[in-house]
Design a protein around this ligand. Structure first.
Ligand code: GLA
Ligand code: ZN
Length: 675
């Protein structure tokens, strides 16, 4: 529950009245009212206006905006304004400025630009947040705190370097342990004093790029440290806000599968997850679906907020295509189908200057409501009002889980060998997409989450096995679960140190195999994957593990090269369950078949009974005894979908049986019609 006053899916977005004369505000309220909007995110980039210099504060404009929102019956998602420091601060206290990956000290500019370990930034941040919280703690419009904005990036300044050494001391206790964890005898890197340790960037361990390091252990710890440093900034603000308003939820907007921050660690410190969804024009709908599920998984399935999306167009992709009529509505319901309890936009009114002046908005430069985009926003607003509280707090039920781990992501892509083309998200998405096309909901979970209530757990390229994971999965499989993992899994421990004695390390016994070598295939090269029973041939690419069975059954073997005939897919009976190993990055047909086979075995039926046509997404949310099935048409064409029962579309009250017809970008929310 976002706030006790909330009895529907929230609707609104980022509102920047500080960029406009006050006369415009009333008009903004009038127009957004026509779209049934009820929440505005305000004050995101206002620090320079709230604090014109070191000792002066001016909340007069924010007071007016807060009062206006209340008067207009809107809720405020009140940002703390710390996402960009004022120019005067950078001039007077240059420690707030970041040093970039190349070692260059930045000047004032851009946003999200403060060093997270800068004493001045932290001091000024806490003083501003104290004042904000004290001032608005009882304000009736206040519904939610929005800390900073899209935390991210990294810093390599001297303050960060000092803080890194302290972080290491706390983590490892002694330099001896640090040396061990980083294997510093390699290339004679042994450290004898803490201040010999420097930040890993292009001036030290890296060779031109973020993922190209000589010392994975050092770079990996720096990623963890950088994520923790930003999290400390978040926690500092949150603690102040909680002190003044213990009952108001605190969030900060995430960015989906955003690499620099370990959101799974952050999630424990946040009341409600919110995120900004900006799919690129050609990105598959299933990738966006996966991002939603990743965000829902951060708090073990708790509904999240769609904090931002564009109503029509972005400005920062290379090609900023318009969302086609119906597409914004479709993407909004896609978020809701995956667990969002809000639909919010960036931005309410389109700015006139600087880089976002061509970014879509609810109210365009023309200034009135008679636009295609506004009319679509208004229609959606009415629908969300009509839906009332039906979907609020409803959960998404899933029997399949995919394990996702930020440390693994970092370590995998920092790895020097076996292939530069190995990308974590691509491989995770392959597995996600395979179940998505079966209309089978998936949870994305962390390595720490409980797996007991799932039938199938998949850990794609789980290169790093953290303490306790293998035992947990052994128990899960033993008691009847199906576990699936892939090539290049079980290789290293949490320090990126290889687990010796045969790959896949701690997973070897469970999988009943030994991986002896790994072959990297250059782009365009494949190996055939021949199913031993059916004889069907698929293709594997990217990496091919050369393995020997140690009890596992061979499901498929390689069809060419010197390892022709060696196992390419195995399954191992373990207790009451099975553990599968997929030794290469398989083609879509193989993935499709694998997902279908596993679901059939585990009696996981596609939602609506059958696999839907391509581009049709089916998802479900449940609340008490009610189940809502979403059918989303991502195609530009009309589609027919078979249904298994009689259903009513709760958006239109139309009743269907046997089949439904969806126009391009259509959305249906079906509830079983009990006759
Ligand atoms: C992000 C930010 C917003 C805005 C949008 C533009 O999500 O949070 O302030 O810049 O991008 O797409
Ligand atoms: Zn710094």
């Amino acid at each position: 529950m976002i706030h006790e006053k909330v009895t529907k899916l929230l609707y609104g977005g980022d509102y920047n009245p500080e960029q406009w004369p006050e006369e415009t505000w009333e008009e903004d309220m009038r127009i957004t009212n026509l779209a049934d909007m009820d929440i505005m995110t305000i004050n995101v980039f206002s620090w320079a206006m709230l604090q014109p210099n070191e000792s002066a504060f001016d909340f007069s404009q924010l007071d007016k905006v807060m009062d206006l929102l209340h008067q207009e019956n809107r809720l405020a998602c009140l940002a703390t304004a710390t996402a960009v420091h004022p120019a005067w601060m950078a001039k007077k206290y240059p420690d707030v400025l970041r040093v970039d990956f190349d070692g260059k000290k930045r000047k004032f500019g851009l946003r999200h630009n403060s060093c997270p370990n800068s004493p001045s930034y932290r001091r000024f941040t806490s003083s501003l947040v104290e004042k904000l919280a004290a001032r608005y703690q009882h304000h009736p419009a206040l519904a939610l705190w929005h800390v900073s904005n899209e935390f991210g990036g990294d810093c390599y300044c001297e303050k960060c370097e000092e803080a890194f050494r302290i972080w290491l001391k706390e983590k490892y206790g002694s330099l001896a342990e640090v040396n061990k964890a980083w294997n510093t005898r390699f290339w004679g890197h042994v450290f004898y004093e803490w201040d010999e340790i420097v930040v890993p960037n292009n001036l030290s361990e890296h060779l031109g790029s973020y993922d190209y390091t000589a010392f994975q252990g050092i770079s990996l710890d720096y990623r963890r440290f950088n994520s923790d440093s930003m999290l400390d900034c978040f926690k500092m603000e949150r603690d102040i806000l909680k002190h003044w308003t213990p009952d108001i939820h605190v969030t900060t907007n995430f960015m989906g599968a955003y690499k620099p921050l370990d959101y799974q660690k952050w999630a424990g410190e946040i009341d409600i997850i919110s995120w900004d969804s900006y799919p690129a024009v050609n990105s598959p709908a299933s990738l966006n679906a996966m991002n939603h599920d990743l965000m829902r998984g951060l708090k073990q399935g708790q509904p999240f907020m769609l904090m931002e999306q564009t109503p029509s167009v972005t400005n920062w992709h290379s090609y900023n295509a318009l969302k086609r009529p119906g597409e914004m509505r479709l993407q909004s319901y896609q978020a809701v189908a995956h667990g969002a309890d809000s639909v919010m936009f960036f931005q309410i009114r389109r700015s006139i200057g600087a880089c976002e002046k061509f970014h879509g908005a609810v109210i365009d430069h023309v200034g009135h409501e008679h636009t295609r985009v506004f009319q679509e926003c208004a229609q959606l607003g009415r629908e969300l009002t009509q839906l009332g509280d039906l979907l609020v707090d409803a959960i998404v039920p899933a029997k399949v889980a995919i394990v996702f781990d930020w440390d693994n992501w970092w370590a995998l892509e920092l790895s020097s060998g076996p292939s530069r083309d190995l990308k974590y998200i691509d491989e995770v998405w392959k597995y996600y997409h395979a179940f998505y096309t079966q209309n089978v909901p998936v949870d994305l979970i962390s390595v720490k989450d409980s797996v007991n209530h799932y039938s199938i757990v998949i850990a794609p390229v789980l290169y790093m096995t953290k303490k306790g994971f293998a035992e947990k999965i052994e128990k899960f499989t033993e008691s009847g679960g199906t576990f699936v993992t892939t090539f290049f899994s079980g290789i290293v421990d949490e320090h990126d140190l290889v687990i010796t004695g045969g790959y896949p390390g701690e997973l070897r016994r469970l999988l009943g195999i030994w991986v002896e070598e790994t072959d990297a295939l250059p782009p365009g090269k494949i190996n055939q994957i021949k199913m031993t029973e059916e004889g069907t041939v698929y293709e594997g690419a990217l990496l091919c593990d050369l393995l020997h069975t140690e009890g596992a059954l061979v499901v498929a073997e390689y069809g060419s090269d010197f390892y022709k005939g060696m196992p390419a897919v195995t399954k191992n009976a373990y207790g009451k369950g099975e553990a599968w190993y997929i030794a290469s990055s398989m083609d879509e047909a193989f993935m499709d078949n694998l997902a279908a086979t596993l679901c059939k075995k585990r009696q996981i039926k596609p939602l609506l009974g059958v696999k839907a046509p391509a581009g049709i997404e089916v998802m479900q949310r449940q609340k008490k005894e009610n189940t809502y099935t979403f059918i989303l048409n991502h195609n530009e064409t009309e589609q027919k979908v078979q249904i298994d029962k009689q259903y009513r579309n709760i958006l239109t009250n139309a009743v269907f049986e046997q089949e439904v017809i969806l126009i391009p970008y259509d959305v249906l929310i079906l509830q079983e019609e009990l006759s």
